[in-house]
Design a protein around this ligand. Structure first.
Ligand SMILES: [Zn+2]
Length: 401
């Protein structure tokens, strides 16, 4: 499978239909059975069952932080914060990709939250949101535990790019948010990395989980949450965020929050504006919402902050994509969060002579939820996504990404 079609599909973080990349990881899976995952003190069978296998310290210490290859947050001292590195998959050099793990273990027992960022490497506001929440926590006052993993796709984070540069046949760029729940014996390092994290770090420590994202390089989005609002536990959490839009949709398999949902752990995905930058104003909304969620679960005490009700949230179950039909410079006629009517012109495109070569119209009434920010486009790229309510939702597969 060439990179070209994947490049097109991967433009969007939150929209749907990544059948191509799901297929790509499945192709070789059958032949990989003989390849063993990294050695650990317990079998991968136990790990894959989702039951805690306890904490395994490798004996390594990096920059003063102990390295683990499996973690049970209940093994850590209560009333404290802990900084650890989780030993991920090996690089071609034989060294490991380590990911940063922060645990705020409450003085008293309670529910366990998992906060994730860095599944895509160019989404800085998501990382900062998780860090800010963790910095606000006082374990001595908490009932329960919050674990944060901030840099899941380490090589992508190092390059501040969306996808993991994988040493396959030359460099393949692999979207980590199509790999979950991963496979410890998978055909690629990212698949194995996902399997190690999911089985030994994320799933065993989560009563609920939030996987933070942003738009992607070249395509900005509003502040919104993605989740299946027909699941009461998810709806209750999503509605605690004072952000303006909710995308009520189960989206596609392979994304991390769906891997949690598939094993019975309520989960959803916040989207925090543009990639590559820190949008501190938007970050503060998601910090407030996440603190509300921790209060909702009794982990943190105190009064609720603002919620979706306070911002007149717009809920849509579908995202209407407007795709470029020509090459050229794109001029947007609407802004993020604008309400649009069916038939409204939302963008024009000009060729090298400045002649208008395309005019783009929304076919639905809704709100602008994403816009291409790279001004130049070729045919097929999504230019705008309109969040709207489809009386007969077409399902996850109906949308390009
Ligand atoms: Zn993302």
């Amino acid at each position: 499978m060439s990179d070209k079609p994947k490049e097109g599909l991967d433009r969007r973080d939150f929209m749907l239909a990544s059948l191509a990349s799901v297929g790509a990881s499945a192709v070789l899976a059958g032949s990989a059975g003989a390849a063993k995952a990294q050695e650990t003190a317990t079998s991968s069978g136990e790990a894959a069952s989702g039951t805690s296998q306890g904490t395994i310290y490798t004996g390594d210490v990096i920059d003063g932080k102990k390295v683990v290859s499996a973690l049970d947050v209940n093994d850590l001292a209560p009333g404290q914060k802990h900084h650890l590195y989780f030993q991920g998959v090996e690089m071609p050099s034989g060294q490991h990709w380590h990911v940063s793990v922060t645990v705020a273990r409450g003085e008293k027992p309670g529910r366990r939250a998992v906060l994730v960022s860095g599944v895509h490497g160019d989404e800085m506001s998501s990382i900062h949101t998780v860090q800010t929440v963790m910095n606000q926590l006082d374990p001595a006052q908490m009932s329960g535990t919050v674990m944060a993993v901030t840099d899941v796709s380490r090589p992508a984070v190092e390059g501040m790019q969306r996808r993991w540069p994988n040493q396959g046949r030359g460099i393949d760029l692999i979207d980590m948010n199509r790999e979950w729940p991963g496979n410890e014996n998978g055909a690629t390092a990212p698949s194995r990395h996902a399997g190690l994290l999911f089985n030994r770090l994320l799933r065993p420590n989560a009563d609920f989980a939030i996987d933070f994202h942003t738009g992607t390089t070249g395509f900005d989005v509003t502040a919104f949450n993605i989740g299946g609002m027909d699941v009461p536990e998810v709806k209750a959490m999503v509605e605690l965020y004072p952000v303006g839009q909710i995308f009520d949709n189960h989206v596609y398999p392979g994304v991390l929050h769906n891997a949690f949902m598939d094993v019975g752990i309520p989960s959803f995905t916040p989207e925090i504006g543009a990639a590559r930058v820190l949008d501190l104003e938007m970050v503060s909304l998601f910090v407030e919402g996440t603190m509300n969620v921790l209060k909702h679960h009794g982990i943190v005490s105190g009064p609720m902050g603002r919620t979706a009700k306070d911002v007149n949230v717009f809920v849509g179950n579908s995202a209407f994509p407007i795709l470029a039909t020509a090459g050229g410079l794109v001029e947007h006629l609407v802004k993020l969060n604008d309400k649009v009517e069916a038939g409204q012109k939302v963008a024009v495109q000009r060729n090298g002579f400045g002649e208008v070569v395309a005019e783009y119209v929304s076919e639905v009434a809704g709100e602008v939820t994403g816009q291409r920010s790279d001004a130049m486009s070729e045919p097929g790229n999504p230019l705008v996504f309109i969040l709207f309510n489809n009386p007969a939702p077409a399902g996850a597969g109906a949308y390009p990404e």
